[in-house]
Design a binder for this molecule. Structure first.
Ligand code: SAM
Length: 480
């Protein structure tokens, strides 16, 4: 070996592997140390530019970041991620936008967003930037001022490349901010999906109508991650009850390709969306059914895991749907349940109240009016907090968020009551940072049955936004 080869070999040995970056960054992320995690993943991507999983990890960390000053290194990394296939680009939305707002290269766009004077020629020049065009064509931005800026650019400074990116933006958001939206691509119902029969429940029928007309969420992207070795060995049977348009379903199917997954929903349009997406992703381990939770007598199987997220709170009674699903759970099986928190949806209730008072209906023109009415409220009006909700930025999302005909909001003591009535143990929340989970899950001095959720209730009262997404938790039968 000559000196050059030796130097090369030492360099190779000292190079940290992609999996080590993933491991170390993952630990920092789970400990709540976002800055450290970001730096580890960023270095990992720079050192291993071909590694896809590191870009997923970086995007997931960036989902929690808003830059306050211009950071050229992260600008380059975000653009790299936007150009990589198989990422959920939406995770990059906030970081992308925060950089746009402080990058000197985008001063004319910033002026437009902030309603300050700008020059059309300078605007035309800066919107040629690949960072801008990639972002507009792939992301949904959570700021109505940005939508208004796009409308102005389209009218005053458009270019061929911008037109294409803007058309994609309009399609993604279903033109929620435009008076005359282009109709969304038609979702064709798949008659090959077998029906297990519906029920005669009046609320089920009303909710079916809502989701036939308004399948939600209309997701575009997902992280196509390589399954871990341990996940490949997982052959548990899995039921997704109320799979909707299939985002959670497809994530699970990608992560656990050897799980045998059954998915059903009451809305055929949502099922068609989910099936099309699963086919695009090449997934082979899902069987789809058209069914109602309240009529599963023809589903002749018990499942190791049942997931039911964002569904039971759209039924007449949460506990009735939950109990029906329990009949399909294997004796030692686990359930993952997602329910809306009454505490965390305070802003939504205030906004809904205003919408109802104004007589607005769940149609595109009124959804647009409702958004503008909320945007124009004084800064300190609590209803205005819905502007921070991601669903506010697409037509179907906004309809689900602010115009739902049937939504039950629940509290932690009410969840505890149902768990006790159904003889279930609470096995922990699963969407909170690991450091919080560890702290609160282990402190149950008076909890011989594993159902006392008082600590969590107190925690939520002190942190009313903590379950802004949903209560998402595991439970299982009490074992004798
Ligand atoms: C908000 S979406 C959630 C979809 C999916 N679980 C997710 O997390 O993206 C609620 C879904 O529940 C379905 N749903 C509501 N009531 C149902 C019932 N009784 N039986 C089956 N599905 C139901 C709706 O059709 C809708 O697709």
């Amino acid at each position: 070996m000559n000196r050059n080869q030796r130097r090369q070999a030492t360099k190779q040995q000292s190079k940290v592997s992609a999996s080590e970056f993933l491991r170390q960054g993952g630990i920092a992320f789970n400990q709540g140390n976002l800055t450290k995690a970001l730096n580890i993943f960023a270095k990992g991507v720079a050192d291993n530019p071909a590694d896809h999983d590191l870009k997923i990890a970086l995007s997931r960390a960036l989902a929690h970041v808003e830059f306050k000053s211009f950071n050229p290194a992260f600008k380059a990394l975000i653009l790299k991620c936007l150009k990589e296939r198989g990422l959920n680009y939406q995770d990059l939305s906030k970081a992308w936008y925060s950089i746009l707002l402080c990058d000197p290269a985008f001063k004319p766009v910033q002026a437009l967003i902030e309603d300050k004077p700008y020059s059309v020629a300078a605007l035309k020049n800066c919107i040629k930037d690949a960072y801008f065009l990639e972002g507009v064509s792939k992301l949904m931005i959570y700021d109505m001022r940005f939508e208004k800026a796009l409308v102005t650019i389209a009218a005053e400074a458009s270019t061929r490349a911008f037109e294409k990116a803007y058309a994609s933006y309009c399609e993604y958001t279903e033109s929620v901010f435009l008076d005359n939206p282009k109709p969304s691509a038609k979702i064709v119902i798949d008659s090959k999906i077998n029906s297990l029969g519906l029920s005669d429940d009046v609320v089920s029928e009303k909710v079916r109508g809502h989701y036939e007309a308004n399948p939600y969420p209309r997701w575009r992207y997902i992280h196509a991650q390589k399954p871990l070795r341990k996940a490949l060995e997982d052959t548990q049977t899995y039921l997704v009850a109320g799979c909707g348009t299939g985002f959670g379903l497809c994530s699970t199917a990608l992560k656990y390709p050897n799980r045998d997954i059954t998915a059903f929903d009451i809305s055929r349009t949502s099922l068609a969306y989910a099936k099309t997406k699963s086919e695009e992703l090449g997934l082979k381990n899902i069987s789809f059914y058209h069914a109602d939770i309240l009529n599963l007598k023809d589903l002749n199987q018990k499942f190791d895991i049942i997931e039911c997220s964002g569904v039971l709170h759209h039924m007449d009674e949460v506990s009735l749907g939950w109990e029906a699903l329990l009949e399909k759970l294997a004796p030692e099986g686990k359930m993952n349940i997602g329910l809306y928190s009454k505490t965390a949806r305070y802003d939504i209730n205030r906004a809904r109240h205003l919408i109802a008072k104004s007589g607005l209906k769940p149609v595109h023109s009124d959804i647009k009016k409702a958004r503008e009415m909320i945007f124009d409220l004084p800064e300190d009006n609590p209803a205005r907090l819905v502007l921070s909700r991601h669903d506010f930025y697409s037509t179907s999302g906004c309809r689900d968020l602010l115009f739902h005909e049937q939504e039950i909001q629940i509290t932690i003591p009410e969840i505890e009551k149902i768990l006790r009535a159904l003889n279930l143990c609470f096995d922990g929340f699963n969407t909170l940072p690991a450091n919080i989970i560890q702290k609160y899950n282990t402190s149950y001095p008076d909890d011989p049955e594993g159902v006392n959720l008082k600590n969590w209730h107190d925690f939520e009262l002190k942190n009313p936004d903590i379950f802004k997404g949903m209560y998402q938790f595991w439970c299982s039968r009490k074992q004798a």
